[in-house]
Design a protein around this ligand. Sequence first.
Ligand code: URA
Length: 245
Amino acid sequence: MGNDVKQQILEILGQAKSLLEDLSLSGTHEIPVIPRAEALPRCELPPGGGGQGAAVLCQRESLEEILTDLGDCRRCPLCEGRKNIVFGVGNPQARLVLVGEAPGREEDEKGEPFVGEAGRLLDRILRAMGFGRDQVYICNVEKCRPPGNRDPRPEEIEACEPFLIRQLASIRPSVIVALGKFAAQTLLRDQTPITRLRGTWKDYHGIPLMPTYHPAYLLRNPAGKQEVWEDMNQVLKRLQQSEDG
Ligand code: URA
């Protein structure tokens, strides 16, 4: 080992020691280590979001159980205009989950996420990554279509996001991709523009999350495909690493 590397290791150890001493002085004597599999908040739901489901969240819920609990959901006003709840589609054991914003007209008609033009582009991106729709899991932050495809409102997100959290806790993927500004900013509670969020790894309750552009944005701005491809290459590498490790 070279002297430079030794010096760097000694510096890092010195910094860690001072940090632990500071924590100890401020009364912290234990640092909890959260095992990866337990990282998602399986027993915590935002108020009013869980209903009966809150009890089963402490067990390992199946997607079917979550769907049953969602039922003919009336938890927010979006139920008034919807034709179908768009729960999610794909492999319940997927290592990759992609999260979009909310169903559009075609998704609402069919009850399946990303079946319109943006969805066809998403399918092409997935195929280029070597995946079929049945190998990943695709869902949205919102499960009902907002009128006129407007952005979902805070009370609609509050009602719906607990179900997304439970879906992610059930699947426990190795990587999450947030498709577009709305999904990325909502999941991360971070209002940074998507142009700055994309392309860098974030942490979602212990699961690596990659924000990237929404396929609908790519339809309007094809030049962004290059950046999405770079992001997806990072995703592929991360999936490979998690398989090797
Ligand atoms: N846009 C989304 O964010 N989700 C869909 O399911 C369709 C379009």
